[in-house]
Design a protein around this ligand. Structure first.
Ligand code: URA
Length: 488
């Protein structure tokens, strides 16, 4: 599908005025306002989008008509629809809103409102799929820097409309999203920001990268054969997207294997089942170690992949994946439970109130946070909305299991001598044994040639209502962190 073929030939009717404009809401809006100011009725206009149309920057700004905000929002979305009649529809609605039908947007049964709503829905669905199914691949550019490039085939002209989401979520890297309906590029906030270019063919995008295997291992690990519902999966991930999703190549085989894997899972003891809702994966870290030269590269590549993680439903309401941070060769790794409200917004672990307390306790224990790798067992903020607030919800064993390949990959990449687990959820995520905080707190546990220490979670200390008890617990927390400092 190309833009030109969709618009078809310009066929202005008799007596109709042809309005040529650059395709896109930004150019349509002033053109529509100008026609409106001249009193030109919808049936007297022929809308002709044309990428060669002159840009008339010097023309005086036409007056902005008073229309409901909801119309503007819907019109902006509907303008991305692939139906050529959308511009005429929008102008007709604009005309009616400003010619005695001020409450038009409330008439859900009006034929034009029905059409507008259908266009908006289709565009929003397409944007949702783009957010879910864009897969970046690392490409080294001529200047030696890495650019992350993705290929996507939208159904509508959504690239510019959706690009803001990607620039916010992937603000720290250079990326390009290539599509047959136009391309978006991000150079970083200080280096030109967002820009757009003409459509390209599939061949312009890379087919894979050094981390493709890691991604496949990860997908295999989060694919739970006991929960697979083929119909639901295909409605969420329609087949037409499969060809551009590296993990989708695995689906037919995973479906074939599902029954056998379920039988194996059912035969496993219940205690093992409790934490790991699917078979434990080979760690993506092994593939990463082969695929990337240094731990630093591995971590940034992992962090990027994790941004696109859809391994459990927590990604959708969260703002972003909050990956670990710190030196790639830290001797100590701190593992928390999950990001909180402030971490979710900032995209960094332990920056809210629990993080402040943690920083104080680390300093008191003689540890420099800058020397530690700090991460969480679960990478997305899980919460329940209450009014305007987002209330922390405890991650389930399934949430922890879904995220486990990420934390394992971090462990492999950083390879710390000591892992400090902040709270029981972190301990259960990291240690393959039954644990209670009371029994295991403050004791060294060896696993896979690494020393683990379980201690309290700083948020637990913050919640203690009694001041004296809080002080006692804080002192104990500091003394346990000091054990890690001494051992390191
Ligand atoms: N609590 C955590 O466990 N992790 C964070 O990053 C913040 C609060």
């Amino acid at each position: 599908m190309t833009q030109a073929s969709l618009f078809g030939p310009a066929q202005a009717g008799k007596g109709q005025q042809v309005c040529r404009f650059r395709p896109g809401f930004e150019a349509w809006q002033p053109a529509a306002r100008r026609l409106l100011a001249q009193g030109i009725a919808p049936q007297d206009v022929w809308w002709q989008p044309d990428s060669q149309a002159p840009v008339d920057d010097d023309a005086p700004a036409p007056p902005a008509p008073r229309v409901p905000r909801v119309f503007l929002d819907m019109a902006r979305a509907a303008s991305c629809h692939s139906q050529p009649d959308r511009w005429a529809l929008l102008y007709s609605l604009l005309w009616r809103l400003t010619h005695g039908e001020r409450h038009l947007m409330q008439l859900g049964g009006d034929a034009q409102i029905v059409r507008l709503t259908a266009y908006v829905k289709a565009v929003r669905r397409d944007v949702h799929k783009m957010k879910a199914f864009v897969r970046f691949r690392a490409v080294t550019e001529n200047d030696g820097q890495t650019r992350y490039v993705a290929w996507f085939e939208p159904a509508h002209f959504i690239v510019e409309y959706a690009a803001g989401f990607f620039s916010r979520r992937f603000s720290n890297m250079r990326w390009s999203i290539l599509t047959p309906l136009g391309c978006a590029h991000w150079e970083g906030a200080d280096a030109g920001g967002l820009w757009f270019s003409a459509p390209v063919d599939r061949g312009a995008a890379p087919d894979g990268d050094a981390l493709e295997d890691a991604w496949q291992v990860y997908y295999r690990s989060i694919f739970n054969p006991a929960r697979v519902k083929v119909r639901a999966m295909q409605s969420e991930m329609p087949r037409k997207y499969w060809k551009n999703l590296p993990e989708a190549r695995l689906i037919p085989q995973l479906l074939r294997e599902a029954d056998r894997r379920v039988s194996t899972m059912q035969a496993r003891p219940a205690s093992e089942e409790r934490l790991h809702c699917g078979p434990r994966p080979d760690s993506p870290g092994e593939t990463l170690a082969r695929a990337t030269a240094s731990a630093g590269d591995a971590l940034s590549a992992l962090a990027l992949r994790a941004q696109a993680c859809r391994g459990c439903p927590l990604w959708e309401p969260a703002t972003q994946t909050v990956f670990g941070e710190g030196p790639a060769r830290a001797r100590i790794m701190l593992v928390g439970e999950q990001p909180g409200d402030q971490e979710d917004l900032a995209g960094r672990p332990f920056v809210g109130p629990a993080g402040e307390l943690l920083d104080r306790a680390l300093a008191a224990a003689g540890l420099d946070r800058g020397q530690l790798y700090v991460t969480n067992a679960v990478k997305h903020f899980k919460f329940e909305p209450r009014g305007k607030r987002r209330i922390h919800a405890k991650p389930s064993a399934r949430d922890i299991a879904a995220c486990r390949p990420w934390v394992e990959a971090e462990l492999r990449a950083v390879d710390p001598a000591i892992v400090v687990c902040l709270g029981l959820s972190a301990g259960l995520a990291m240690l393959d044994r039954p644990l209670t905080l009371n029994r295991s707190r403050g004791q060294w546990i060896e696993q896979d040639a690494r020393q683990y220490l379980l201690t309290a979670h700083p948020a637990y200390l913050l919640r203690l209502p009694d001041r004296r008890r809080r002080q006692v617990e804080y002192d104990r927390f500091v003394s346990e962190l000091a054990l890690a400092a001494q051992a390191a």
